[in-house]
Design a protein around this ligand. Structure first.
Ligand SMILES: O=C(O)CCC(=O)C(=O)O
Ligand SMILES: [Fe+2]
Length: 316
């Protein structure tokens, strides 16, 4: 009886891409193949060497400092937009989060830092700015590769313009002995794409196509890139959008962050014309993302694992 080898997500090293390298084109093409395949097979992959260990450590420290602030300070971060303010909910008692919209715009990080630390916190300010810029670059590279893989380059510019971003930082406290260990319930991300980072505590789990759940353990400065439902609607179902969840163990708090790209409501989310044919019949009717979110949060959509299908799925 052989012992089972634990399944790992594909690891893709983006540090090989250097703009002034003459081999850049072939490197780009080879990474592009890996990215598209990983999205089809797993819906996610480990992106290594996008940020340095030092930068990642500064960001990890920054998160701890932020969540250590008194509750009344954290509550000052309010917003009408989902997940941009300070979030706590009895449905996810271990979880708390805060968000910064479009964090690669330096003024937005300045505003957030001023609100949390009226006497300043230069380390937080600078590390979040540099980090967000790097994540924004990775977001663009990955999407460009997927668009190219399907000959959809002509849509790339307009889709990027119609995108807004959220950097969500999260803390999960350790459960009490009589509490559930679920940090975040099973879900798919309904936005375009998410870049996640978790600290050394771990706890993120992803469901594979064969329904098996695997724990995600990646290098300390690796990121996990996850395909979201909006991306999959654009491509009319060509990606796997993975269910994932956070399960806590031990008695130490866990910190993570997510860089979410979201389609703005200036245009409808819809499958590209070229993605629909006899072999690939239309799966989703065009919809407005903000309207979908209203359904998701207010009409109980969040309780359903298949909220988007229920909202705008086409019966084939
Ligand atoms: O905390 C994590 O690692 C995962 C967070 C997540 O999946 C989400 O916010 O959608
Ligand atoms: Fe998620």
């Amino acid at each position: 009886m052989g012992s089972k080898v634990p399944i790992k997500l594909p690891v893709i090293d983006f540090s090989q891409l250097k703009t002034n390298d003459p081999n850049n084109h072939s490197i780009w093409e080879s990474i592009k193949t890996d990215v598209y395949k990983a999205f089809q097979d797993y819906g996610c992959f480990e992106a290594s060497s996008v940020v340095s260990i030092d930068l990642q450590e500064s960001v990890n420290d920054a998160l701890k400092e932020l969540f250590d602030l008194p509750e009344e300070t954290k509550l000052k971060n309010t917003s009408e937009i989902a997940f941009h303010g300070y979030v706590r909910s009895p449905k996810v008692p271990l979880y708390e989060s805060m968000g910064i919209g479009n964090p690669f715009i330096p003024e937005y990080v300045d505003e957030f830092t001023d609100l949390m630390w009226p006497h300043d916190n230069p380390k937080f300010r600078e590390s979040i700015k540099t980090y967000s810029k790097k994540l924004r670059e990775l977001d663009e590279i990955v999407k460009k590769m997927v668009f190219e893989s399907l000959d959809l380059e002509k849509y790339f510019g307009e889709q990027m313009k119609a995108t807004s971003y959220l950097l969500k930082v999260m803390k999960y406290r350790a459960p009490e002995p009589n509490e559930s260990d679920i940090g975040l319930h099973t879900h798919t991300d309904t936005n375009i794409m998410t870049i996640l980072h978790q600290d050394e505590i771990g706890g993120l789990e992803v469901q594979l196509k064969n329904d098996e759940w695997i724990p995600i353990k990646v290098a300390p400065n690796s990121l996990i890139v996850v395909a979201g439902e909006t991306f999959n609607v654009w491509l009319n179902g060509r990606l796997h959008v993975p269910f994932h969840r956070v399960v806590m163990s031990g008695n130490v708090a866990r910190y993570s962050l997510g860089f979410f790209s979201v389609q703005r409501s200036s245009s409808l989310v819809k499958s590209f014309y070229e993605m629909v044919d006899e072999e690939h019949p239309l799966l989703y009717k065009p919809f407005d993302y903000a309207e979908f979110l209203k359904f998701f949060y207010k009409e109980g959509g969040i309780q359903s694992k298949f909220a988007l299908k229920n909202y705008c799925g086409v019966e084939n």
